[in-house]
Ligand binder design. Structure first.
Ligand code: SF4
Length: 423
């Protein structure tokens, strides 16, 4: 794991129940449900699944009286399941009315997301924004002021476009729109502070859907305030495109210390679990060496030396097994998230990589003797052979976890989170 910790941009600390967001804390992974919030049972189940996958906060849409009327029940159901993950309410056009009509909803949420671009126009819009902010302050809730490219405050955009046209050195319309995003977030935050919401209750975001734009906007936004930033590429897309685009944008910013909580906005493939966005968020942070969440499997890509699929299946099964076990292991075996397992396809790099991992297996390549040496802490422990290699290897992993991360284990609690430095 890298020891070059990026220096985090210095921010206020925002407390959201037991989760702290800001430069003194690790970067927090959050996600959003895609259930109908009015379906309290279904929404609570999905929040639990997201939480079990490692989502440290979960956002739900609160878009109608039917949805707002179920938020307190969702919180209760989660508490009954032993799930204390903070809930964030995503409000748009009618947020102030819903908070007014459903005080239980206002209380049950831990944070409100407000989009200044669609609370309404003019005096009416200002009043609605003020009501939501005052409600947050009254209930001691945090707020994310979330500006979005697709729903930018049009009156602000027009005002800035007009001023640009009248200036001696006009910027390109694209530059003005990016500036408008940032100004919308900063002006809204200042309004919230003027309305009585403390600065350490405010998180900002300015989401766009193009990688270079996101990097530019967040660098600029980050340099102009001390609010923690919620980072994410909006409408990232589906499958590998969404993952790659999100990773490309977030990795650059996180490496510069920008970003205090992340959400990966993947469009789920039909039938794929919602939890994929949590896994991707965790893997970005873990592969960058910023946090550890789940034991990682190092696997070679395979080549002409591995003509069977045995090693691909073993690498997949082990990663899946490790991730599934984390629901229980997280509490039972502190530090296990930094375990490193290697699954290699042949003798060329297999023994070497296996020795470097905590546990490694080097499978036989084509034409090699059908045996698989297993290395534990750099030493050859056993050689597996036959059809039951996968199960025998998983038993070795389980035993290693129990002896090294269980009570009295040498690696227990040795959580390798790189210390966070604030500039
Ligand atoms: S370790 Fe062996 S099987 Fe894997 S990529 Fe290298 S040469 Fe190919």
């Amino acid at each position: 794991m890298s020891t070059q910790a990026p220096i985090r941009r210095n921010t206020h600390q925002v407390q959201i129940d037991h989760i702290a967001v800001g430069s003194e804390s690790p970067v927090i992974v959050q996600s959003m449900t895609n259930t109908d919030t009015a379906d309290a049972a279904g929404t609570a189940q999905q929040i639990k699944a997201l939480s079990d996958a490692g989502s440290e906060m979960v956002r739900i849409t609160v878009n109608s009286p039917e949805a707002a009327g179920k938020v307190a029940e969702i919180r209760r159901r989660l508490d009954d399941m032993g799930c204390n993950t903070p809930l964030i309410g995503d409000f748009h056009f009618n947020g102030e009315r819903l908070l007014q009509e459903f005080p239980d909803c206002a209380k049950a949420l831990s944070k409100y997301r407000i989009n200044p671009g669609n609370v309404g126009k003019g005096v009416k819009g200002d009043e609605k924004f003020a009501y939501m902010i005052r409600t947050a302050a009254e209930h001691d809730k945090a707020v994310r002021i979330g500006v979005n490219w697709g729903s930018l405050d049009q009156s602000l955009a027009k005002r800035m476009m007009d001023a640009n046209l009248a200036s001696a050195n006009p910027k390109s319309p694209d530059e003005v729109m990016k500036e408008a995003l940032i100004v919308s977030a900063l002006e809204s935050a200042q309004k919230a502070v003027d309305l009585g919401l403390p600065e350490n209750k405010i998180i900002l975001s300015c989401k766009v859907s193009a990688v270079q734009d996101l990097i530019q906007v967040y660098r600029d936004l980050g340099a102009r305030c001390r609010y923690p930033l919620h980072l994410g590429l909006t409408e990232a897309g589906m499958g590998s495109k969404g993952i790659v685009a999100s990773t490309a944008a977030l990795a650059v910013l996180l490496q510069e210390g920008i970003g205090d909580t992340i959400r990966i906005s993947l469009t789920p493939e039909p039938g794929s679990p919602r939890t994929q966005e949590v896994v991707v968020g965790q893997e970005i942070l873990q592969t960058m060496g910023l946090r550890s969440f789940t034991p990682m499997v190092t696997a070679c890509p395979g080549c002409g030396r591995t003509t069977s699929t045995v090693f691909q299946e073993l690498a997949r099964d082990i990663q899946q097994y490790l991730r599934e076990q984390m629901v229980v292991w997280r509490a039972q075996y502190p530090g296990v998230e930094s375990l490193n397992v290697a699954v290699m396809g042949c003798v060329v790099n297999g023994p070497g990589e296996s020795k470097l991992a905590d546990i490694g297996i080097s499978l036989p390549g084509t034409g090699e003797t059908p045996v698989a040496p297993v290395y534990v802490d750099g030493q050859r422990k056993v050689t597996l052979k036959g059809d039951n290699m996968a199960a025998e290897f998983l038993a070795i992993v389980q035993e290693y976890v129990e002896t090294h991360y269980g009570e009295g284990g040498a690696k227990r609690s040795s959580i390798r989170i790189i210390p966070i430095k604030a500039s």
